[in-house]
Design a protein around this ligand. Structure first.
Ligand SMILES: NC(=O)c1ccc[n+]([C@@H]2O[C@H](COP(=O)([O-])OP(=O)(O)OC[C@H]3O[C@@H](n4cnc5c(N)ncnc54)[C@H](O)[C@@H]3O)[C@@H](O)[C@H]2O)c1
Length: 301
């Protein structure tokens, strides 16, 4: 037992973002911005980033934990702040999907873009994150969900997850959205490209209507600065440029909410897993991801 009430035998999902529950952000319904996140890439403990929880057997060499979890191991130790207890009946090889990708994509559409009934939503990049933005936009009632990806498999899958159209480029998506909205443009465009660049953001920003929302969920190179967008377009068209961390989701609530949606047959999780791998096959899993062969690959221990 610990402060969070977790006990031996509980089933949990590891959230890629910790939530302490009492910092300003957690206390005001923005657990995705919990102050503990400052140590995400340090590899260390939340309570002491200079110390690590794991050490290599034999040499004792310290081993950092990416996002405080590290999941490519059979057993591990994490902070209770990174664990969310879930119902026992949810299969763990599906539950693992809601610790990052599902919530990030789904929330980017439902929370960050504010997708709603009748909306036209563009999702740029249909990987593990974007496919769930497609699901989220469809769940929120968007009438037109336009998925954009250069890879044919991704476009085909997007149509199975609720996209009404799937195209290979933003030029096509922009034209389509304008055709569907009497020339106004999409209500929102969500950028979920694997390595997001300033040009991707500018393309999405250019495709939204007046007072529309451009959500940037994809990450680029950390040092990249500057966006090629016209300041006048931002001001005069009252457009909104919105960053999104974990799709503005609260891990301790949204992970359970999404698993409930899965149980009720609303949220697709089984269909997200193109292939499972053993831990020994992890390099193949990475290769398949780079080759665009799977939506999600899951390691089963
Ligand atoms: N903000 C967050 O909280 C958060 C959380 C997790 C991941 N991410 C980021 O989200 C992004 C997407 O992650 P993922 O796991 O879905 O990656 P992924 O590699 O599975 O998918 C990226 C997709 O983008 C497509 N793509 C590439 N160039 C494109 C273009 N010009 N136009 C349209 N599509 C294009 C690829 O074909 C691929 O299908 C990454 O940058 C990742 O780091 C953000």
């Amino acid at each position: 037992m610990n402060g969070k009430g977790l006990k031996e035998g509980d089933h949990v999902v590891f959230s890629f973002l910790p939530a302490c529950g009492h910092c300003r952000w957690c206390a005001s319904g923005m657990q995705n911005l919990c102050d503990l996140g400052a140590g995400l890439l340090s590899g260390g403990r939340w309570d002491d980033p200079t110390d690590v929880r794991l050490h290599l057997a034999g040499t004792g060499e310290p081993v950092g934990q990416m996002c405080g979890i590290s999941t490519f191991v059979q057993t591990t130790t994490v902070s209770a702040d990174s664990a969310v207890r879930i119902p026992d009946d949810i299969p763990l090889d599906k539950a693992c999907l809601v610790g990052c990708g599902v919530g990030t994509g789904w929330g980017s559409a439902v929370n960050s873009a504010g997708a709603g009934p009748g909306h036209t939503v563009i999702v740029m990049g249909v990987g593990g994150i974007g496919i769930n933005a497609v699901q989220g936009a469809a769940h929120a009632g968007a009438t037109h969900v336009i998925a954009v990806d250069p890879v044919e498999l991704k476009r085909r899958k997007a149509l199975e997850f609720g996209a009404t159209d799937a195209v290979a480029s933003m030029e096509e998506a922009n034209e389509l959205a304008r055709g569907l909205t009497n020339g106004q443009g999409a209500d929102s465009a969500i950028v979920t490209v694997g390595v997001t660049t300033a040009d991707h953001v500018a393309q999405a920003f250019g495709a939204i209507r007046k007072a529309g929302t451009c959500v940037v969920t994809g990450l680029g190179r950390v040092g990249d600065v500057g966006l090629p967008i016209a300041i006048s377009e931002l001001t005069l068209f009252q457009k909104r440029l919105q960053g999104a961390m974990f799709g503005a989701s609260n891990p301790n609530w949204d992970i359970l909410r999404q698993l409930q949606l899965y149980r009720e047959g609303v949220l697709k999780l089984d269909e997200l897993v193109t292939r499972t791998y053993s831990l020994d096959e992890i390099q193949q899993g990475y290769q398949d991801m780079h080759d665009g062969k799977n939506l999600r690959g899951v390691i089963v221990y």
